[in-house]
Design a protein around this ligand. Sequence first.
Ligand SMILES: Cc1cc2nc3c(=O)[nH]c(=O)nc-3n(C[C@H](O)[C@H](O)[C@H](O)COP(=O)(O)OP(=O)(O)OC[C@H]3O[C@@H](n4cnc5c(N)ncnc54)[C@H](O)[C@@H]3O)c2cc1C
Length: 276
Amino acid sequence: HDGCLYLYKSEAQFRAADAENGLRERHGVAMERLDRADIQGMEPNLAPLYHKGVLFRDAYVFSSPRQLAFALAEAVISGGGEIVRGEVSAIEPRDNSICLRVAGRQILADHAVVAAGAHSRKLTASIGDRVLLDTERGYHVLFPQAGNLLSRPVCYPEHGFYMVPMADGLRAAGTVELGGLAAPLNPKRTAMIRDGVKMLLPPAGRGSDEWLGFRPSMPDSLPVIGSSRHLPRVTYAFGHGHLGLTLSALTGYLVSQLVAGQPPAVDLAPLRPDRF
Ligand SMILES: Cc1cc2nc3c(=O)[nH]c(=O)nc-3n(C[C@H](O)[C@H](O)[C@H](O)COP(=O)(O)OP(=O)(O)OC[C@H]3O[C@@H](n4cnc5c(N)ncnc54)[C@H](O)[C@@H]3O)c2cc1C
């Protein structure tokens, strides 16, 4: 809970960010504007390439999304749920239920939720719903020995990635690549992240693990949360782009309301699956 730092290398960059930071401020996002000395005091290991910065005081970071996923899985099991590993190959209507074909089994349910991220399009198409879902690919490089060099996530918007201290080291993550689901990891992207970290946080070293992830993205940057037009017993929840972890709990809450037939706490009209 130590906030998140955005850094700018010049007065021109800092001023250019005013419009979006002003918008955040009008929506109640707490922020503190910082000068060079403030930044150096907060993050002494950064190369002093910054001119000014903004601290988003209320931002927080999950030190391990993996542990979060395990904790959620354990909660499902201790609540009486079952986790079936395998790819759902089809979702089919039955008289008064939905049938999922997965791992050689057929699972019958009153209701199904499609939350397969960027892969959801294949499943919606099998049901007959067309959604304009694509993927914004993103990358990370892990620096296992550098987890203690920063006290909070740091981002230079100019470079397009964040440096985040996490349980397993420092993760430098970001960039956007429109390249679909099939193409392999593009090493030019991870080299760009490595070079950026070398310049901005020299003691971080070379880094090891490289990762390519698929942000599930819609043309208007809003997720899809709503019922299938063809099968009302199927609810869609995908397309959260850059903010899928941030919005996961709220999405789960809204989906639970839809499945229970309750009015959702948020107007879901802008998120309907057939808006394009
Ligand atoms: C580099 C990078 C940095 C990011 N940083 C942040 C961040 O700081 N904060 C934030 O909020 N978000 C961040 N995101 C975005 C976030 O990761 C995504 O928005 C989020 O993972 C989407 O969640 P999801 O559950 O919809 O999809 P996913 O996380 O992709 O999960 C979908 C799951 O469905 C499974 N699946 C797919 N098809 C099938 C099938 N047919 N049958 C069974 N299972 C299937 C997949 O295997 C996968 O496990 C980042 C993304 C990237 C790439």
